[in-house]
Design a protein around this ligand. Structure first.
Ligand code: SF4
Ligand code: SF4
Length: 202
């Protein structure tokens, strides 16, 4: 993916977003980033990213919400924690990436047809519904939403897996799904509350 070199303007900044970045777990010290680039140098995936971790941290703390939430970078992050271990200012880049992913999914601002956010979204939807991730539905959903021609290619393999009992159209589920949903609702509620508090304070 090519690096983005577009010029940014002050008027494009979203200050509420910058405040939110500072308020999330891991973002407490983000203003102290000295742009040394150690995170980018240690990141094994930065060469594939549209914004290196250093640039992403800079854009996020400055409030360039659209660039950050629609970037490929947050989805390519493999959560290896190398950047966090090396950062001289103890900035928790990995945790910031996680929070940005959650927000991008909530706002639907992730790159269209890019499989990773779609997989993450479907994974959490299925956990909420069944307490498990039925592979048949997960894989079918993923291909249909990202590349349905590839889905046609995979039909033969899928039928073989169904015939040999490696996949099934009957979704497995857990007991106590209501309890699980209540737990997930409470986590979502907490995040929404935190976000409201930041917006009101802005
Ligand atoms: S290593 Fe830390 S201080 Fe250096 S650019 Fe990355 S986040 Fe900023
Ligand atoms: S946690 Fe993500 S951003 Fe940090 S070094 Fe690993 S892959 Fe790169």
């Amino acid at each position: 993916m090519p690096l983005q070199q577009t010029m940014r303007y002050e008027s494009e900044r979203d200050r509420a977003f910058a405040d939110w970045v500072e308020s999330i777990t891991g973002g407490e010290n983000v203003k102290g980033c000295i742009q040394c680039g150690l995170c980018s140098a240690t990141c094994p995936l930065s060469i594939y990213m549209d914004y290196t971790p250093r640039r992403l941290v800079n854009l996020a703390r400055a409030g360039f919400k659209d660039e950050v939430l629609s970037s490929f970078t947050i989805w390519l992050c493999a959560s290896c924690y190398a950047c966090r271990a090396e950062c001289p200012k103890q900035i928790k880049v990995t945790d910031i990436m996680y929070a940005l992913k959650r927000r991008a999914i909530r706002e639907g601002s992730y790159p269209r047809r890019f499989p990773i956010p779609i997989l993450a979204k479907e994974f959490s939807r299925m956990i909420r519904g069944f307490g498990r991730t039925p592979e048949t539905f997960l894989v079918a959903d993923l291909f249909l939403r990202t590349n349905w021609l590839r889905f046609l290619d995979m039909i033969g393999l899928g039928l073989n897996l169904l015939r040999t009992g490696r996949m099934s159209f009957v979704p497995e589920s857990i007991q106590g799904r209501d309890q699980l949903r209540r737990i997930l609702d409470s986590v979502d509620g907490e995040s929404a509350k935190e976000e409201r508090a930041v917006k009101e304070a802005a």
